[in-house]
Design a protein around this ligand. Structure first.
Ligand SMILES: Cc1cc2nc3c(=O)[nH]c(=O)nc-3n(C[C@H](O)[C@H](O)[C@H](O)COP(=O)(O)OP(=O)(O)OC[C@H]3O[C@@H](n4cnc5c(N)ncnc54)[C@H](O)[C@@H]3O)c2cc1C
Length: 376
């Protein structure tokens, strides 16, 4: 196939598709986009994406809706608060990204078709397919990150608008997982407040509401009105995601393992991959999937997930101690995939070594998982 002439079609205009479309719109690569129409069950719901670091996220810095210079993690026995220095924790709305990408594509004359795609290969040409796929059950561990969030407005000023609460563990903890509150304040009286679990079983609607309500009370948020809602279910697994099996169709996004197993986040990894894919397309090469995460980070994630799911490690204590015993840039850098091997070793030295060693010993030979934990 002559890749320099073959049209590229991006299926899906979510985090992955938008990130590639934005970059290609500045080049002479011929491409178009197909996205499920609003109202179709396949269409991804609106959401907010958070990232952190010195700059970014990727080329979308101008779309950042809110940013914070400080983070905190709250344990039963105290709070760790850390200044981010020149880094920021940032949040953008998927609706803003969608609007900006569509405007850019319209200016460049790139067609966006509103259509549900059933068979990506049938579109012809080269395809980057970002549609979701069933989560593979082939890893050692599968937990779900599942949450309900309310955008709330309080009667009195209760939030510190400079500080994000990444994890507040003052919630009952599920066996083989963790539960925590997550607070993104946009003013002293407004915030996105989420109740999140990393666990094997999802909850009923009533249980999410009840647990979010209890957390709001526990955190002293008091009387409030609900302005909006965000919910999600994200797989946290060390399974490998299968390729499409068709050399013309490159699966990419959450469907190809871009979500970091230990965090459920993918936006920053997608920016790195989008840079690489756009470069390949400009060079007229056949597209190869760049790795989303480093192998050693995936191994560390796999151990952490397994240690937590098996109950060898108390998840809440693990995360609080991680932030307590390391500089914040080391922890956030690790969770983002930007730490060096030396920094990773320092981080590992602060983990509960005996429990992690027992987890390693229980794994058996690589490639022969003894059991799969979790599932839906
Ligand atoms: C509620 C929620 C919040 C999250 N927050 C964060 C966060 O803060 N930070 C972070 O890093 N990660 C976050 N994640 C994880 C991850 O970054 C997101 O899931 C991200 O959206 C994955 O990007 P994607 O492009 O792979 O998938 P999506 O963004 O879901 O994009 C897939 C696209 O394909 C389209 N589509 C699906 N089926 C079809 C079809 N048949 N035909 C045509 N189009 C189709 C969809 O409409 C969608 O636009 C979050 C996930 C969820 C669920």
């Amino acid at each position: 196939m002559d890749h320099t002439r073959t049209r590229l079609t991006i299926v899906g205009l979510g985090a992955a598709g938008s990130s590639l479309a934005w970059r290609l719109a500045g080049t002479d690569v011929p491409f178009d986009v197909v996205e499920a129409p609003r109202g179709a069950i396949q269409r991804t719901q609106d959401r907010t994406w958070s990232t952190w670091g010195a700059s970014g996220p990727g080329p979308f810095g101008h779309l950042v809706a809110a940013s914070w210079p400080r983070v905190r993690v709250v344990g039963e026995d105290g709070t760790v608060t850390a200044d981010l220095g020149s880094w920021r924790y940032r949040m953008l709305h998927s609706t803003d990204l969608d609007r900006a990408v569509r405007e850019r594509l319209a200016v460049r004359g790139v067609p966006v078709r509103e259509e549900v795609v059933d068979d990506a290969a049938a579109l012809g040409g080269r395809i980057v397919d970002t549609r979701p796929v069933p989560v593979p059950r082939t890893g050692r561990t599968l937990l779900w990150q599942h949450f309900l969030g309310h955008r709330v407005r309080t009667a009195r000023p209760v939030f510190d608008p400079r500080t994000v609460t990444l994890m507040d563990f003052r919630t009952p903890q599920p066996a083989g997982g963790v539960a925590f509150g997550y607070v993104l304040p946009t003013s002293a009286t407004e915030a996105l407040v989420e109740y999140t679990e990393f666990s094997v079983d999802l909850l009923t609607d009533e249980q999410y509401r009840e647990r979010l309500g209890s957390y709001l009370e526990r955190a002293g948020i008091g009387a409030h009105e609900v302005l909006g809602e965000e919910r999600g279910v994200i797989p946290m697994t060390d399974a490998r995601f299968p390729t499409s099996g068709d050399p013309r169709v490159l699966r990419w996004g959450a469907n190809s393992g871009s979500v970091r197993p230990s965090t459920g986040y993918s936006f920053t990894a997608l920016q790195r991959q989008a840079d690489d894919l756009a470069r390949q397309a400009v060079r007229g090469e056949g597209l190869r999937l760049p790795p989303a995460h480093r192998p050693r980070h995936l191994l560390m994630d796999s151990l952490v997930l397994q240690a937590m799911a098996s109950g060898r490690v108390d998840g809440a204590r693990f995360f609080v101690d991680l932030f307590r015993r390391n500089p914040v840039h080391r922890v956030l850098g690790f969770l983002d995939g930007s730490t060096s091997p030396v920094e990773d070793l320092r981080l590992m030295a602060t983990s509960p070594r005996a429990a992690m060693l027992r987890t390693v010993l229980a794994r058996g030979p690589a490639g022969f998982p003894r059991r799969i934990t979790g599932g839906r």
